[in-house]
Each structure stands twice: as structure tokens, then as C-alpha cells.
Ligand binder design. Sequence first.
Ligand code: GLU
Length: 424
Amino acid sequence: MQYLEPAPIKDRENPLESMMSRFDEAVRILGLSDEMYHILKVPARQVIVGLPVTMDSGKVKVFEGYRVIHSTILGPGKGGVRFDPDVTLDEVNALAAWMTWKCAVVDIPFGGAKGGVACNPREMSAGEMERLIRAYTKGMQDIFGPDKDIPAPDMGTGPREMAWLMDEYSKAKGMTTHGVVTGKPLVLGGSKGRVEATGRGVMISTLVSMAKLGLHIEKAKIAVQGFGNVGSWAAKLLEEKGCNIVAISDISGAYYNDKGISIADAITYRDENGGTLENFKGAEKIDADSLLTLPVDVLIPAAKEDVITMHNADKIQAKLIVEGANGPTSAKADVILKDKGIIAVPDILANAGGVTVSYFEWVQNRMGYKWALDRINRRCERAITNAFNQVYDTSLKYDASLRTAAYIIAIDKVATTYKYRGGY
Ligand code: GLU
């Protein structure tokens, strides 16, 4: 996984506030009652655990672990576990709510959840990571469960950590429980296609939205921010479709070549160079932030939240933004982008390929069966394309942005389901 430095504190807009302002707008358009507003707004559960972990130095460091289950109205909680220095309970709350809306938009029977630990995986050994994720799992053993709350990878975690999580949970329960977590390695009940699923969903969303805008697949210039799992897979799959990626970036900086960058070469370079693009020769190194404002047609922010803000939105030249990361555009930036006529395919649609294939993984685990890759890819493509078309039609119906339309669909679905289920 790659990391990008966060925006300076002074420029940051709180992701929870950004999420809430979109939520408020969609609720207003739908005309939901005050009661329903509060039912959907307040997280179902917020859990904080203290995690003492012996570091390689022999010293014990105490981490704080969070799990927020925002909603279980559509089904068990679902969402990744983030290991990142910037993790806060506020951020996890926003990310958990985003998962609720994301699962609803792509129509999978999960609620929304998210977990996180403030730590720096770049500075931790494999042993330290293992002890931390095991301690976290132990702390959450009564929260997680294949029918209760199903974690998955997010920033700073991947299949390796999911294997430890599954093992620790299985030990605690005294039985192998594949379905408690998704994003596992293949041999451990993981699904074919899960590793690249989020990037695949971004690729599909990019191609369908480019077609709607009349952008030429081969002539359009694309910039991708972030070269971790999401960004590098999205770039690679787009390249395979004939697209021209002119800029990429990671923690080491941004790389720009107006003629196009070979993504296959960049991935090989990264993998052979300790996981970073530092000194990559296929492009000119530029200032990391300037990637966002390059003269390109499509911009894919696939690093982290709050990178397109009121401070840089007016300088964006792309006609189309496809959000690979969760929450890369702040609510204040939305307004500026709208004025400039820039279309943004929202995160809860564009990056939903990951949780969609997580759902397929969970289904396979419950069946005790494995699907072939082409079945998974076909179903993922269908899920994202259908969701895109529905969001697009809704945006026309309400004369709203794609983002607001996606929230309208999601909130309406969760509210309707709640009415059927009922409360106390
Ligand atoms: N962390 C990913 C996301 O934000 C995947 C979640 C999942 O598969 O449950 O969508």
C-alpha cells in the first residue's frame, strides 16, 4: 500500500461534516421526516478498545482501536479496517456512514461499518502488524461475525492482515469462520478478483461516465492520484482498455508525462523499489499537489479523503472526476466544481467494486464454493453499470449532481427498508 501525505491541517475540511452536508441535502430533497433523519444519522454502535501491543523494541505501546457500525438496516455491518496515522473516531464515523450508502447504491444486502487504528504501518514490522491486528480482533470478537459485522481491508491493511483477523476470530470462537472477513488470501477462502475489485469498479465507472460525456477513450488524458491498491489497479485496467494515463503519484511525489506513462512499467518499478515510485524514470517528477490541477480530461483521486477542497477546486482543469478514494472531495469543493461544470462520479458509486466483490466473497464462503473469475468480473461490471445508470437517471429526474443522486437512492432505500422492519 502507498501513502500520500495528508493536506495541511489548516486546509482540511472534516470528512464527517462533508458526509453530513450531502446527507442533509438528500434528506431534504426526499422530504424525509425529522424522526427518519435521526434514525439514519446516528450510528448504531461505536466501539473503542485499548490495544496494548509489545513492539519489537520490547516496549509496550497502547493503541486505540475503533469500530463503528453505522447501520444494520439493510444487513450485517460491512466495511474495512484502516491502519493510518490520521485515523480518528470522527473519520471512522464518516467512513462507516459512507459504507451504508455505498452498499445501498450498489444494492448489496449489507449495512455500513468501518474500523480503524491510529498507527503507522510504514514504520511497523510484520510481527508488530500481526500483534496489532490480532489484539484488535480479540477486542472486537463479540462485535464481528459473519451475520453481524464483516470487516475487510482498507488503507494500510490487506489480505495478510485479513488472514490474521480470520485466524484470531476463528480461534476465539473455536471454529474456522471464513465468512467473518473478506479480502482474504485466495487459499483462505478469499475470492478471485477481490484484490483488483475496487480498481476494476473505478475503471468501469470511468469508462461509462466518459461515454456519457463523449470523452474519447484513447485520446482523453487521465491523471491518477495514489498508486496503492486502488490507484494502481484502476490505472492498469484503464491502460488495458486503451486509455492514456499521463500522471500518477504516491508518497514519493507525482510523475507526469504528457505523452502517457506505461503503467505496467510503473507497477514493475514500484514493486522492485521497495513499494514506491521514487526515481521513476518514465515521467517527469512534479509537485505532488499539482497533479490535481494538471490539464487533463479525467482526474481519479484514489489516495485519501479531502484532497479536493475549497482551496484548490477552482484550479481543477479536468472535466470529469472519478472518486477512487473515499471522500476525496470536500462538500465545499462540490459547490465550486458544480459552478465550473465539472462532473464528479461519487466515491459511494465509483469505488463500490471492492465491497461488491467482498459480498461475492461472503456469498462463496457461505456456500462453501468458489466462483470462476469471469463470473465475478461479469457480476461486478453489471452491478457497477446498473448502479451508474440508476444514479444518472436519478440525477436527471431531480436535476441534481451524480453525488446527490447517489445519496438520494441510498437514503431512500435504507429509509424504506427501515419502515418495513420497524423500530421500538
Ligand atoms: N475498504 C473498502 C471500501 O471502503 C472495502 C470494504 C469492504 O469490502 O467491506 O469500500
